[in-house]
Design a protein around this ligand. Structure first.
Ligand code: ATP
Ligand code: MG
Length: 253
C-alpha cells in the first residue's frame, strides 16, 4: 500500500519543508513506513533540515535521469527515515510526469513530497500524482491568496478537493491576521492543523534536527504529532506534562 501526501503552498517560505520533515518523522513515530522526497529542485533544502548531505550524488534527479535505481538513491536518516533528496541545482528542471509516476510506483508506505513554491509545471505534476494534498499557508493575505491559486489547480487536476487539507503554520505570529473562518472561506478547504509560531522550531532548524525530535514538548511538535496521528487515523494523547517540561527547559536555559 502506498499513500502519496504532498505538501504544497503557492507562496514561498510559509513552512512546507518544515512541515514535510516534521510530518515524516512524526508519521514514522506512529509506526508508518515513510519516505520523504524533495521535489523542490531549485530550492531543495529538505536535506539541510535533516542534516543530510546538501548536494548528494544519489538524488531524485539521478533516478529521473535513469542513472540510478530509486531504492539505491534513498538516503537513510539517523532516525531510520528514508529520504530521496534533490541535488543542488540552480534551475527548476521539469520533472517528467511519466518518469516520476514510475518512481512512485516502486515505493510503498507513506510518501511525503516537499513541493516547490509557485504555480510551476512540477507543482501540477505533483498534484496529479498525489492521493492527499496539504496546502500550507500562513494566516496573512498574500499567503492565502497564493494558496487559493493552488486550490484552483487542485480542482482542475483532481476535479475535487475531497482529500485536500489546509495547515496554517506560524499562526499567532502577528496580531493582524486572518482568522480560521476567513481562511477556510477563501480556500474552501478545511483547516486540519494550526502550527503555532514557535521559537523552539526556529532553534531546531539551526540545529538541523526537526522539532519533533529536537524538543518533543515544544508546542509545534505536539501539533505536528496531532496532525500525523489524524492523517493515519491513530490515537495521540499530547503529553500532560508538556507545559511543565517547557517551564523546566526555560529554567535550565
Ligand atoms: N511554526 C513555525 N514557527 C517559527 N518559524 C517557522 C515555523 N514554521 C516555519 N518557520 C520558519 O519559516 C522559514 C521557512 O520555512 P520553510 O523553509 O519550511 O518554508 P518553505 O515553504 O519550505 O519555503 P520555500 O518555499 O522557500 O521552500 C524557516 O526559516 C523556518 O524557520
Ligand atoms: Mg521548502
Amino acid at each position: 500500500m502506498r499513500k502519496v501526501i504532498s505538501v504544497v503552498s503557492g507562496k514561498g517560505g510559509v513552512g512546507k519543508t518544515t512541515t514535510a520533515a516534521n510530518l515524516a518523522l512524526a508519521l514514522q513515530e506512529f509506526g508508518e513506513k515513510v519516505i520523504a522526497i524533495d521535489c523542490d529542485l531549485a530550492g531543495s533544502n529538505l536535506a539541510l533540515h535533516l542534516d543530510l548531505h546538501p548536494n548528494p550524488e544519489k538524488s531524485l534527479q539521478s533516478v529521473l535521469e535513469g542513472k540510478r535505481n530509486v531504492l539505491d538513491a534513498i538516503a537513510i536518516h539517523k532516525t531510520g527515515l528514508m529520504v530521496l533528496p534533490s541535488s543542488h541545482v540552480t534551475r527548476e528542471d521539469v520533472i517528467d510526469p511519466g518518469k516520476f509516476k514510475r518512481v512512485l510506483s516502486k515505493l510503498d508506505g507513506v510518501v511525503i513530497i516537499d513541493a516547490p513554491p509557485g504555480l510551476t509545471q512540477n507543482l501540477h505534476t505533483i498534484i496529479s500524482l498525489s492521493d492527499e494534498i496539504i496546502v500550507v499557508t500562513n494566516p496573512e493575505i498574500p499567503a492565502v491568496a497564493d494558496a487559493m491559486k493552488v486550490v484552483e489547480v487542485i480542482k482542475e487536476k483532481k476535479k475535487t478537493t475531497e482529500n485536500t487539507w489546509c495547515v496554517v503554520t506560524k499562526s499567532d505570529e502577528i496580531k493582524q491576521q486572518l482568522n480560521d473562518t476567513e481562511i477556510e472561506m477563501a480556500l474552501e478547504v478545511p483547516i486540519v492543523s494550526k502550527i503555532p509560531y514557535d521559537k523552539f522550531l526556529k532553534r531546531s532548524i539551526f540545529e538541523r534536527v526537526p522539532v519533533v525530535r529536537y524538543n518533543p514538548y515544544a508546542p509545534s511538535s505536539i501539533e505536528y504529532r496531532k496532525l500525523a496521528a489524524w492523517l493515519v487515523d491513530k490515537r495521540y494523547e499530547p503529553p500532560k506534562i508538556a507545559t511543565f517540561m517547557r517551564f523546566i527547559q526555560r529554567l535550565r536555559r
